[in-house]
Write a protein that binds this ligand. Structure first.
Ligand code: SF4
Length: 295
């Protein structure tokens, strides 16, 4: 039997409905980002927390352009031939961070498979520029897999970010359909390499979207796989289909189930677990701050 493609997305359960704030801070964040010509994953990935985070005066910077070289089935960031890197982007991110008075900044990037180093040196420059202008800040990077390049990974960690985040995104079985240009084992290997180089002087972090059709044993296995490479911080959130062209939501995971995963994660030894329908990698990222002796 041939079934027609769905033309509407399913109605969201109550716990995923967003109440729009009216804070002036949202407009100020908007103006600042426009003035400094910066991209954010908040907008590019159509994050459902966009209103909340910007109204609190925070945002996640997306460097190296707004065109990604991959086309993951869940992600709303546009896929196209990327433009050249902008040499002054690191200083613009630093200036935005200073003006926003951030004490914890999250910096991510599109995948730049067109560049020999995958954009790693651009990350390094951005971390260094942010640190120079904001000496006390906690810097968290959310990086692509750099095709597991040792040189690229060492370049980023050489700039001493406090938190190195690389998302597993989904369970092993679903990885080929959710991230067809990535592999589950490569992502684990990236996290393992960071720990092998830095030990406990850096916190590693990873996250998954739930609701793509994974089973509970698969989620628990992925969490165990992350702990096996000493991953410190875990985020779990509900996958939401950004457009009808993206992968459909298979299930709305209940808040109670997210709470259960949070407990399971803590019992497995993660230092910090954020698990809830609206959780994203960078959502309330400043709730985990490495202690000063670890910095
Ligand atoms: S959760 Fe992260 S990506 Fe989403 S709006 Fe907040 S800071 Fe931006």
């Amino acid at each position: 039997m041939i079934t027609a493609e769905p033309t509407v997305r399913p109605r969201l359960p109550e716990w995923l409905r967003i109440k729009l704030p009216t804070a002036d801070t949202f407009s100020r964040t908007r103006s600042l980002l426009d003035e400094l010509k910066l991209h954010t994953v908040c907008e590019s990935a159509r994050c459902p927390n966009h209103w909340e985070c910007w109204s609190k005066g925070t945002a996640t910077f997306m460097i190296a352009g707004d065109r990604c070289t991959r086309a993951c089935g869940f992600c709303a960031v546009s896929t196209a031939k990327p433009l050249a890197l902008e040499a002054d982007e690191p200083s613009r991110v630093a200036e935005a961070t200073r003006r926003m008075k951030l004490n914890h900044v999250v910096i991510t990037a599109v995948a730049r498979d067109d560049l020999k180093d995958g954009g790693a040196d651009h990350f390094r420059q951005t971390i260094e520029a942010v640190r120079k202008l904001n000496p006390c800040i906690v810097i968290e990077v959310l990086v692509p897999d750099f095709n597991e390049s040792d040189v690229a990974i060492e370049t980023v960690i050489g700039a001493n970010p406090e938190i190195f985040n690389h998302n597993l995104e989904t369970v092993r079985r679903l990885t080929p359909s959710v991230r067809h240009r990535a592999t589950y084992d490569r992502s684990l290997a990236v996290l393992a390499k960071v720990k092998a180089h830095c030990g406990n002087s850096i916190h590693t972090k990873s996250g998954m979207m739930l609701g793509l059709g994974e089973t509970e044993p698969e989620v628990l296995q992925a969490m165990a796989d992350l702990r096996a490479v000493d991953c410190d911080i875990l985020t779990l959130g509900q996958y939401l289909q950004p457009t009808l062209k993206h992968l459909p939501v298979v299930e709305f995971v209940t808040p109670a189930k997210f709470a259960e995963y949070q407990e399971r994660g803590q019992a497995m030894g993660f230092v910090h677990v954020a698990s809830g329908p609206m959780v994203r990698s960078s959502y309330h990222a400043d709730e985990f701050t490495p202690s000063s002796e670890q910095r």
